[in-house]
Design a protein around this ligand. Structure first.
Ligand code: CUA
Length: 428
């Protein structure tokens, strides 16, 4: 009777345990947002604290669970118990046991608190021993001067990046290189950093509370309105990492992603230089030129900056280099060909940080899908679908309530949508 019951429970519990532990398999250690695959000193520190607490809790679980199982078996009902009194008389406990339990609990808390507090301080700013004094000033001129010098100059240096949270995307600014939103040079949704270099991250928000998190590299610290938070990150391997807003911030919180590209220092310097270029002029009479005119006529330029073409937009993501990015729509849509991406990962031994290049056809389809769904109405569509990111803030005319700016003016025919996409594709 008893053994049949145990067998039934076992049949029920075992598959559940198998399902729950499937996520722990070795094959999944390289999943995109795993904190178990630390790729930098801050993430490693956090991983160590996590494991410390796992060890401690495992020991506590074994002791408490063991005593419970012992008590259940030792004091279980036996034949003849019915003659005993139903309620056992209360005892007064054992003072020595109670004091030992209190001391052990405090000990366990201290055991957890010491590494946790150390970790909080460690994460706050780049440790002194990682910043050789007086060398920060060589940064900017070297980058201007030459990529080769830069690789040497950037060694062991602190890079400073401002991160701004918005509903529902991240804006990255590199003040040391003049890449700021005020200077119409910010970088949305793709955080590019050099390998092996400590990066000081300054965090703030322009609306609600968000949280900055790259599970494999570091996290998570909140971006708060009216407050500046700070942390530092460093990635020890080049690759394509996945970041995520980790604080509920409204409709599209779950879609508020970003990517972190870790490049060799010399490649990073090339990237900085490319970001400082103005957009090229599309050839006269081309589809892209038509798209550029639409970008102004359909009011896109009111919110989006394109350096060299339009300079008024400071509210939405900067689009000067939109076509150079591997993702779109707050990093939710991937601009890489899925087949090519799988091949790139397979070639790197299953490493999901390996990345295929941007695929123009995929990118164009993404642009059309994103713009078309996000509130800019197709001429024949009654309502925007908003199926890419619910509640997104593109097409803001209702909020701004600007005279003369209405649905008719921002409607796009399929042919206009195509031209707009062709224009954006020239913004490399
Ligand atoms: Cu931003 Cu959640």
């Amino acid at each position: 009777m008893m053994s049949r019951f145990i067998a039934r429970v076992g049949l029920l519990v075992l598959p559940v345990i198998a399902l729950l532990t499937a996520g722990c398999s070795e094959a999944d250690l390289k999943v995109r947002q795993s904190t178990f695959d630390a790729k930098g000193p801050v993430a490693r520190m956090q991983y160590d604290i996590f494991m410390d607490s796992v060890y401690l809790v495992t020991v506590l679980f074994a002791i408490v669970g063991g005593l419970l199982v012992y008590a259940v078996i030792r004091f279980r009902a036996r034949p003849g118990d019915e003659n005993k009194p139903a309620i056992v008389e209360d005892g007064h406990g054992n003072p020595v046991t109670e004091i030992l339990l209190i001391v052990a609990s405090i000990g366990a808390l201290v055991f957890l608190a010491i590494p946790t507090l150390k970790g909080i301080w460690y994460q706050d700013d780049v440790p002194e021993d990682r910043v050789p004094a007086g060398r920060l000033s060589v940064w900017y001129p070297r980058v201007e001067g030459g990529v080769e010098n830069y690789a040497e100059a950037v060694k062991d240096q602190v890079l400073e990046i401002d991160v701004v949270g918005k509903q529902w995307w991240f804006r990255f600014e590199y003040p040391q290189f003049g890449l700021t939103n005020d200077g119409r040079r910010s970088v949305p949704n793709e955080l590019v950093i050099p390998k092996g270099v400590p990066v000081r991250i300054n965090l703030r928000s322009e609306d609600v509370i968000h949280s900055f998190w790259i599970p494999k590299v570091a996290g998570k610290v909140d971006l708060m309105p009216g407050r500046r938070n700070r942390m530092w990150i460093q990635a020890d391997e080049t690759g394509h990492y996945y970041g995520q807003c980790a604080e509920f911030c409204g409709d599209s919180h779950a879609y508020m992603l970003f990517r972190c590209e870790v490049l060799e220092p010399a490649d990073f310097a090339r990237w900085v230089r490319a970001q400082k270029q103005d957009a090229p002029e599309p050839p006269a009479g081309s589809k892209a030129a038509e798209g550029k005119a639409l970008f102004a006529a359909k009011t896109c330029a009111m919110c989006h900056n394109v350096s060299g073409h339009f300079g008024a937009g400071a509210f939405g993501p900067d689009l000067t280099h939109v076509a150079s990015r591997k993702s779109l729509a707050g990093a939710w849509l991937d601009n890489r060909n899925p087949e090519a991406q799988r091949a790139a990962e397979a070639a790197a031994g299953g490493n999901t940080e390996a990345s295929a290049p941007v695929d123009r056809a995929v990118q164009k389809a993404n642009l059309i899908r994103w713009i078309g769904s996000s509130g800019v109405l197709h001429a024949e569509a009654a309502e925007p679908t908003r199926d890419v990111k619910p509640g997104n803030r593109m097409h803001y005319y209702k909020m701004f309530n600007v005279a003369g700016l209405n649905e008719t003016k921002t409607k796009l025919t399929p042919s206009e949508l195509d031209a707009l996409a062709e224009y954006l594709l020239t913004l490399k």
